[in-house]
Structures are given as C-alpha cells and as structure tokens.
Design a protein around this ligand. Structure first.
Ligand code: FES
Length: 107
C-alpha cells in the first residue's frame, strides 16, 4: 500500500502525525476525520461548507485551487492567504511531510 504522512496541528496547538493511503482517492478532510480530529466535513467533501478549512504551514506545493474551492473560501470565515479546503486536497506523494493547521470552527 502506498502511504503519505502529514502533520496536522489541532485547535489546541497539538501536533498530530497522520498517515493515509495515496491509492484510495482519500482527501485530507477524510484523513483528519479518520484520526478523529475535530473536522466536521459537513458537506461531505463538495467544497460547500468550509468546515474542513486548514492553513498550509509548510512549503509544500499543492495543486491549484479549483473555482469551487476559491468560491467557498470567498464566503468562509477566518480565511488567510494559506487557507485551503481539506476536502479538496487529495492524498498523494507530493504531500509527504506537509504541515497543516486546522482553522477555527466556523459553525
Ligand atoms: S467538507 Fe465541506 S468544504 Fe470541505
């Protein structure tokens, strides 16, 4: 099985090391939920709720944001220049070593 390991800092400032498969079409929101981090993923990964918002804290190059992601972040709270929707970040090898921080809850 192919796996990738990332770091996610929760809202209390605690770091978690998460490892997930790169060959199961899984995204970062789903990985956080699998580790029982407090990520709602309310819309199920449709880029329609922003409850999966994270801040990218490493120099990792992520794929360009889709229009749907940009539109959602336009309406979300606590958005910063490094905001991304976790559900739009597919787990793949390029994420190895990436670090994300959970954005504050917006609901
Ligand atoms: S889970 Fe709703 S926007 Fe990501």
């Amino acid at each position: 099985m192919h796996e990738v390991t990332v770091t996610v800092v929760d809202r209390e400032g605690q770091s978690h090391t998460l490892t997930g498969p790169t060959d199961m079409n899984m995204n970062l929101m789903e990985l956080c939920r699998a580790y029982e981090l407090p990520v709602l993923g309310e819309c199920g990964g449709m880029a329609m709720c922003a409850t999966c918002q994270v801040y990218l804290e490493s120099n990792t190059i992520l794929p360009e944001q889709s229009d749907a992601e940009l539109d959602m972040l336009d309406q979300a709270f606590f958005v910063k220049t490094n905001s991304r929707l976790g559900c739009q970040i597919q787990l793949n090898d390029s994420l190895q070593g990436a670090c994300f921080r959970l954005a504050p809850e917006s609901l």
